[in-house]
Design a protein around this ligand. Sequence first.
Ligand SMILES: [Mn+2]
Length: 296
Amino acid sequence: MSGENPRSHFSSSNIDLCKIGIVGFGCDVNSSFLRNTAEAPPLIRNAFSCPSSNLWSESGLDLGKEDIFFDAGDVWPNLNEDWMDVIEASISNLLAHALYPLSLGGDHSITYFIARALRRRYPKLSMLYIDAHPDLYDQFDCNKYSHASSCARIMEDRLVDRMVQVGIRTLNGHQREQAARLKVEICEMKDWHDQIEFNLETPIYISVDLDGLDPAFAPGVSHPEPGGLSTRDVIDLIHGLKQPVIGADIVEFNPGKDVHNLTAMVCAKLLKEISSKILESALSCEIKGQIVDSAA
Ligand SMILES: [Mn+2]
């Protein structure tokens, strides 16, 4: 470990020097089956700074250095607030400080509200959506903001130019129709191979639902679906992206279903590798914000 206090690595005093804005959303009100993903953000933070590992990414970046992460803390539901606006405003605030937002969920419904904020900043944007589920229901349990409908909302509102989904293995008839109608590009798990190329040409936002991984690797989820990606598959996929990565979320970790903290550690590992990828993108630009300008 490079620091004295292993739990302080997200903290930094100067928001304007940092590159990545971390925010947790303790939101599971749009979950359709089980709750408890709201408990995830602090556990992912703990796993990130757990002294069982170090803070270096596989690409050789020391994520324990100062002025990488600005920690905006965790946002918790307040029945008197419009929760959707709170998420969108939280991301907008990070973007206003030229930070690349990295959100810890919470259920997958948060991604739609994150994308609403991102779209105002990024006129060209692709989303890489790693999940067992396409989340394309027109509505689920009479809830149009369900975590099972987030991609339908994102595509209807044209919040991304391309939506590429990986790990999908639960398509039904309705969602196949929705995917065709909304032009979602789905790499079904049955067709997955590790040399796959998506040829993304715009900045990329990554959304990782832990159930995209096989439950053998990430058992702490509400909807375990056998036959999924390995942790290595996901890391290699992230490493292989050629366009700048401008933000991400890590969602649907259900601590109540975890085994020996395994899924929390997977979240932390993905947090490190995604952060490293974001930093590589940021460092390749001499001035913060150049990615935005070049994408216009
Ligand atoms: Mn899912």
